[in-house]
Design a protein around this ligand. Structure first.
Ligand code: ATP
Length: 357
């Protein structure tokens, strides 16, 4: 069973660098998410794997077979990969069943095999009742299930998904994340999934590759990426974290806006500048000064938004740093109020390399 391997992959457009030094091994049957903000190089990486574009440097291998290198490129149709696009790309004049079976028919499979495979995938993708409808008669979520079924039925070696849920509304997007994971668990195709939505990556991926400016910023399981962000970029992007900058007092304490806060994550050197990552929802917002005052910093609330299941506050510390806090919905504080923010010792994480904030 072959793994997909990217070795020192790069793509330049003139002087502009879209992807640079990307090395990654995707084991057979793994679902890997390429996650990052707009323009970070996710789609370019996916298109390189698909063979739609050629690399400026590096190689793509499946097992020990080279698919792409600057010297040689196997065309997309020779790669045994299926790609799913944001736009679904269904044929409007074909029914659901005809759309799904198309890939089998062009592979010249006999009628009985086509019927058996079609029946199985329509059942797994919960599309049996819709088999005779045309795409125009389906909801967005149903159309996306058809495009998934169409890509999976041909049993590709690798499945490539480019922002597959971005055209769906919030509820449907959440439902479809589980659907994609369920189908993946059933078929176990090696899958590369591009998204800018961290929740989508967290719920679907075995492995998340966080990209920034064309490079891999961090690679790890969803838990590793969430719990041990290596940089301020990853902490902000994944964990909804504040990044506070302070001065180390000793190996385990940092001074921020006049307060002494407990830091964890790595031993500190007294006097060094430290970037601390603190998750919004792990800060306790107190409206009276706590008697112990341990790990507490004073702030003034500048803004509060009611979000139904929570409230989102912005407060300003003594050194003018803005900090965001998520509280339960019943914690109602007016702008201008003085508050005390209790930082959990476990939540104040010292990031690598001091001044990354
Ligand atoms: P998005 O989420 O917005 O699709 P992305 O992370 O997928 O973004 P890419 O589409 O891979 O980003 O683009 C990476 C960088 O390469 C961008 O700065 C983009 O402008 C540039 N780029 C992509 N394709 C081309 C092209 N054909 N010509 C020139 N520059 C390009």
């Amino acid at each position: 069973m072959a793994a997909v391997e990217l070795k020192g992959l790069g793509k330049r457009y003139g002087a502009a660098v879209a992807v640079e030094h990307v090395s990654l091994r995707i084991e057979h049957g793994q679902l890997v998410c390429l996650l990052g903000p707009s323009g970070c190089g996710k789609t370019t990486t996916l298109r390189l794997i698909a063979g739609f574009i050629e690399p400026s440097e590096g190689e793509i291998l499946v097992g020990d077979k080279v698919l792409s290198s600057p010297a040689r490129t196997v065309p997309p149709e020779g790669r045994n990969m299926s790609m799913i696009f944001q736009s679904y790309a269904l044929w409007p004049h074909m029914t659901v069943a005809e759309n799904v079976a198309y890939g089998l028919r062009i592979r010249k499979m006999d009628r009985a095999t086509v019927e058996a495979k079609l029946k199985a995938i329509l059942s797994t993708a919960r599309l049996e009742a819709l088999a005779d409808r045309y795409p125009g008669e389906l909801s967005g979520g149903q159309q996306q299930r058809v495009s998934l079924a169409r890509a999976m039925v041909v049993e590709p070696e690798t499945l490539l998904l480019d922002e597959p849920l971005s055209n769906l509304d919030t509820n449907l997007r959440e439902e479809m994340r589980f659907e994609i994971r369920r189908l993946h668990d059933r078929y176990r195709y090696t899958t590369v999934y591009v998204t800018h939505d961290q929740a989508e990556a967290m719920t679907t991926a075995d492995l998340i590759v966080v990209m920034n400016h064309g490079r891999i910023e961090q690679l790890g399981t969803p838990l590793e990426i969430y719990d041990q962000p290596r940089s301020a970029f990853v902490a902000r992007f994944i964990g909804g974290s504040n990044i506070l900058t302070g001065q180390a007092l000793d190996a385990g304490h940092v001074e921020i806006a006049g307060a002494r806060l407990v830091a964890e994550g790595r031993p500190l050197k007294a006097g060094e500048t430290v970037a601390l990552s603190v998750r919004q929802h792990e800060i306790d917002l107190l409206t009276a000064p706590p008697t112990d005052g341990v790990n507490v910093v004073k702030a003034i609330v500048s803004r509060g938004v009611f979000l139904g299941s929570s409230r989102d506050y912005t407060a300003v510390l003594g050194d003018k740093t803005e900090i965001r806090i998520t509280t339960p919905p019943d914690r109602n504080v007016m702008p201008g109020a003085e508050v005390w923010l209790r930082m959990p010792a476990r939540g104040c994480r010292a990031l690598m390399g001091g001044n990354e904030a």
